[in-house]
Design a protein around this ligand. Structure first.
Ligand code: CTP
Length: 134
């Protein structure tokens, strides 16, 4: 059973490892769509700290991950799921309900996020430390 998931995976942290391991354990193969730098800029008005090449390199190095591709548009989710023959789409529950429309082509599963860690929070903490120490 092939699982597909998507994310930015910038400033890679334990919440990322955990969702990828749990996603992989639901099937036999895990494919990960890593969102492109431009897609992140269009969503958040800032580029990720790590480039798309580095983020893909990090994610593809994990034991739990079998294949990585670049997600270039949010509008192409259905096409990616079909192209990569997903049996299930797994997402963190920050997306709860948002991808139910794909239930017609694969199972849609939301997993609980790891509490108290996010890329945004890490960036804020590091900024704060830098400001204090300068
Ligand atoms: N994720 C998770 N637990 C966390 C953080 C992220 O399970 N504590 C999951 C998300 O639900 C998503 C995947 O990891 O399925 C990629 O999330 P991403 O948005 O790249 O990470 P965040 O840390 O949430 O980034 P940001 O703070 O920029 O939103």
């Amino acid at each position: 059973m092939r699982i597909v998931t998507f994310g930015t995976f910038d400033v890679f942290h334990v919440g990322h490892v955990s969702i990828l391991e749990r996603a992989r354990s639901l099937g036999t193969e895990l494919y990960v769509g890593v969102s492109s730098d431009e897609l992140n800029f269009s969503k958040k008005d800032r580029y990720p700290i790590y480039s798309e090449e580095d983020r893909m390199h990090i994610v593809s190095a994990l034991k739990s991950v079998d294949f990585v591709f670049l997600e270039q548009s949010l509008e192409l989710k259905r096409e990616y799921l079909l192209q990569y023959k997903a049996d299930a789409l797994v997402m963190g529950d920050d997306w709860q309900g948002k991808f139910d429309e794909f239930n017609d082509i694969c199972k849609v599963i939301y997993l609980p996020r790891t509490p108290s860690v996010s890329t945004t929070e890490i960036i804020e903490v590091v900024k704060h430390v830098t400001v204090k120490s300068s």
